[in-house]
Design a protein around this ligand. Sequence first.
Ligand SMILES: [Zn+2]
Length: 101
Amino acid sequence: MRLIDSLARLWDDVVAASALTGNDDEHDPEGATVAFERAQLRDVLKQARADLEELDRAAQRVAAGEYWVCERCGEPIPAARLTARPTATTCVGCASTNTRR
Ligand SMILES: [Zn+2]
């Protein structure tokens, strides 16, 4: 939550700064850099919000007593995996078949 707060504040600063300086992405030599930073910041903010949603989901799984159970095969998820990746919803085996593209 704190990360999203600070990123959102940073986002506002970037937007305010580019409005203040009247940066024109096409004609100002700094414009391209500002646009790039803005795009990067937007991605980080989006990722932070996605992470928060995953954490929310993990909290719901804890409340439902499903946190330790793989949602694909129903086998227990090893504690080491949940320590390394607290938002994991599947065991390692299912995760590797899931993410293989
Ligand atoms: Zn599994």
